[in-house]
Design a binder for this molecule. Structure first.
Ligand SMILES: *Cc1c(COP(=O)(O)O)cnc(C)c1O
Length: 226
């Protein structure tokens, strides 16, 4: 099947209100243009250098989402144009994003990444810290960030019971975070969860953004991990 056909099939399986982030990391401009010509406008990348090259050469109405771990010293390169940062995973990175957004005279939409998987990872806020993430003063200072919701990745496993549990945990963290810090804004509304192998489960648990790569573009030929 072609990328265009894959896209139609995936889109037809998504309920209303669930957005597709087409994860184009490692994929060529030609592949991206195939999805673009079939109507897709939101693409996800996880490497700053690769994203910059694609942003420069591809149509300017593409909305680029940064979905990987972001290093502080690279925020300035994507701050002028990035549509959403999915993996805001520390206070340090939020502070840097805020500074660069201010410099650009814009607000940058960000999702708070929570560490929900059972695998070890240094990235993501810890669920047990959710009640102590921000003070009012901190949120006031981060005024160039639009807090748009949460993001998480389930454990890489066939165990659907575990994946279900983790996605439901992220939904719960979303509700708590909204209630504690963002109850007065409509902006905080996204739950970014679900990839090629688990997006159906993610949707059943309330996902509003699925990040799909290999099911759309085909398997990646080389590894692209942090
Ligand atoms: C690569 C990646 C995806 C997409 O993975 P697929 O299994 O190819 O759909 C989604 N989210 C993040 C954070 C990724 O790095």
């Amino acid at each position: 099947m072609s990328i265009g056909e894959n896209l139609k099939k995936i889109l037809s399986s998504l309920p209303l209100g669930v957005q597709l982030i087409a994860v184009s990391k490692t994929k060529s401009n030609e592949d991206i243009m195939e999805a673009y010509n079939a109507g897709q406008r939101i693409f996800g990348e996880n490497k700053v250098q690769e994203l910059l090259q694609k942003w420069e050469s591809l149509p300017k109405d593409i909305e680029w989402h940064f979905i990987g771990h972001l290093q502080s010293n690279k925020v300035k390169f994507i701050a002028p144009f990035i549509s959403m940062i999915h993996a805001a995973d520390s206070h340090k990175i939020l502070k840097t994003i805020n500074e660069e957004a201010k410099r650009q005279g814009r607000k940058i939409p960000c999702l708070l990444q929570f560490h929900i998987a059972s695998e070890e990872s240094k990235f993501g806020f810890r669920p047990e810290d959710v009640e102590h993430l921000f003070t009012d003063i901190m949120l006031e200072e981060l005024k160039y960030i639009t807090f748009s919701g949460v993001m998480g990745m389930a454990t890489y496993t066939d165990n659907t019971v575990l994946i279900n549990h983790e996605f439901s945990k992220l939904n719960n963290l979303f509700q708590i975070t909204k209630e504690y810090y963002f109850s007065s804004t409509e902006d905080f509304r996204e739950i970014s969860m679900g990839m090629s192998d688990d997006y159906i489960l993610a949707i059943q648990n309330g996902s509003t953004m699925v990040r799909i790569g290999s099911t759309l573009f085909g398997k990646r030929l080389y590894l692209n991990e942090e």
